[in-house]
Design a protein around this ligand. Structure first.
Ligand code: PLA
Length: 464
């Protein structure tokens, strides 16, 4: 919106204004966009006499006037609402962030140990190369594909450190938009909400494939296969490596094989989002099995990784994008272009989280300790899952089968609660969750399971 400037000569406010009124008027003039010649008038001083002044008025207050208020983020916005609630029963089951049984945030012991090591060594804060910390890139690819994987030995993977899972997905989306324009990304219905934002912002077209079947509260495998088959040849198929968000439903190993068959048949490119390696089963290797199955077939594929959850490094923003190519030569070129995309976006990534991961994974003692801590975290989530199921089964006299909760994997449970029912959970019970009916079990304690079960039974049966 263009602003019209007009010049006012001889603006002399009435001398009969009381001090207070005069100040109010000055503030009004100031905040309405009038700009004064500072030498002559400071609207916040108590000067009564204005004399002859000249001023310029911008009729339109702001060039940003036309910008409307954005809605709160469907996931991170829930944490903001939670903070504003003063009820002591409140529970934040919105964002997927691990809490202790006391519902406190948790910094892993191995992380503290790695940080102490880093301090002792007195490491510097020089810029990283655009592609990130070499020691991190090495261990992150090995963790994903297995250290003895031929794709690593043959140098067929382009690994670039990213700003956690989100930033890594965004780099891949930019690569697709730039070098494979028009290629479509197929995403599961439903999926993590931010996937759509990422592809929209990168201007990559996407469509959905069937995934969740509300009737069986399970995987719509036939629908998934049919939709992947029907997509244009050479599409990208976004797959959750493990612990599908938000449903907690993963394909079985046999189903993964069939998915790989169709993808191969159609010359599609698998694009994995691995945000929970080690968190689903407690085993880093078991949770990477889907990715490794595709890699073993010699397919080209993309994998975005995150250390937010498995190492509790949420705010360090540490992850990576891996592009597996058919040759080392292609991988080198892809890597050079990923760097070219990163440079004008954020120049180079942060070092702290990368050093933590490199130290933990690169040191056998710390690595083993990490695995034990991860098993502990995954175990705590499994325990609350069981307790929630037990509490629901005991409290709900309707005969409804809640066993789907036990079948789901990872930090979430997809409860099947509607938006209105989810609203009731929050408004009446102070249980904060996303409006798609997802609850983060990582934010639940054994002590709160009964209360949560009461809230779910009430919302499920009393709100239509
Ligand atoms: N991919 C999936 C499937 C995720 O669930 C998340 C995080 C990410 C990527 C990105 O995480 P990162 O950028 O921190 O590595 N999902 C969270 C948080 C845990 C969020 O929405 O940002 C969630 O509550 O769904």
């Amino acid at each position: 919106m263009a602003s019209t400037m007009l010049s006012l000569a001889s603006a002399t406010p009435s001398a009969s204004l009381s001090m207070q009124e005069s100040h109010k008027e000055k503030v009004k003039l100031w905040s309405s966009g009038l700009s004064f010649n500072k030498e002559k008038i400071n609207p916040f001083s108590n000067t009564k006499s204005f004399g002859r002044i000249s001023m310029v008025a911008a009729v339109n207050v702001s060039r940003f006037e036309g910008i409307t208020m954005a809605p709160p983020d469907p996931i991170l916005g829930v944490s903001e609402a939670f903070k504003a609630d003063n009820d002591e029963r409140k529970l934040n089951l919105g964002v997927g962030a691990y809490r202790t049984e006391e519902l406190h945030p948790y910094v892993l012991n191995v992380v503290k140990k790695a940080e102490n090591l880093m301090l002792e060594r007195g490491e510097n804060k020089e810029y990283l190369p655009i592609e990130g910390l070499a020691a991190f890139n090495k261990v992150t690819a090995e963790l994903l594909f297995g250290a003895d994987s031929p794709i690593i030995q043959q140098q067929r993977v382009a690994t670039v450190q990213g700003l956690s899972g989100t930033g890594s997905l965004r780099l891949a989306a930019a690569l697709i938009e730039r070098y494979l324009p028009g290629a479509k990304v197929l995403i599961s219905s439903p999926t993590w909400g931010n996937h759509k934002n990422i592809f929209n912002d990168a201007r990559v077209p996407w469509s959905e494939y069937r995934y969740y079947d509300p009737k069986t509260v399970g995987l719509d495998f036939e629908g998934m296969i049919a939709d992947i088959k029907a997509a244009p040849e050479g599409s990208f198929v976004l797959l959750h490596g493990c612990a599908h968000n938000p449903t907690g439903i993963d394909p079985t190993p046999e189903q993964w094989e069939k998915i790989a068959d169709v993808i191969q048949e159609k010359n599609h490119i698998p694009f994995f989002d691995v945000a929970y390696q080690g968190f689903a089963s407690g085993s880093l290797d078991a949770d990477a099995a889907s990715v490794r199955l595709f890699a073993a077939r010699g397919l080209e594929l993309l994998v975005a990784q995150s250390y937010s959850k498995n190492l509790g490094l949420y705010a360090e923003r540490i992850g990576a994008i891996n592009v597996v190519c058919s040759s080392s030569d292609t991988a080198a070129r892809v890597k050079s272009q990923l760097k070219r995309i990163a440079r004008p976006m954020y120049s180079n990534p942060p070092i702290h989280g990368a050093r933590i991961v490199a130290n933990v994974v690169g040191d056998p003692a710390l690595f083993n300790e990490w695995k034990a801590e991860m098993e502990l975290m995954a175990g705590r989530i499994k325990n609350v899952r069981q307790k929630l199921y037990d509490s629901l089964s005991a409290k709900d006299k309707s005969g409804k089968d809640w066993s789907f909760i036990l079948k789901q994997i990872g930090m979430f449970s997809f409860t099947g609660l509607s938006k209105a029912q989810s609203d009731n959970m929050t408004n009446k019970w102070h249980v904060y969750m996303t409006k798609d009916g997802r609850i983060s079990l990582a934010g639940l304690s054994l002590a709160k399971c009964e209360y949560l079960a009461d809230a779910i039974v009430d919302s499920f049966h009393n709100v239509s």
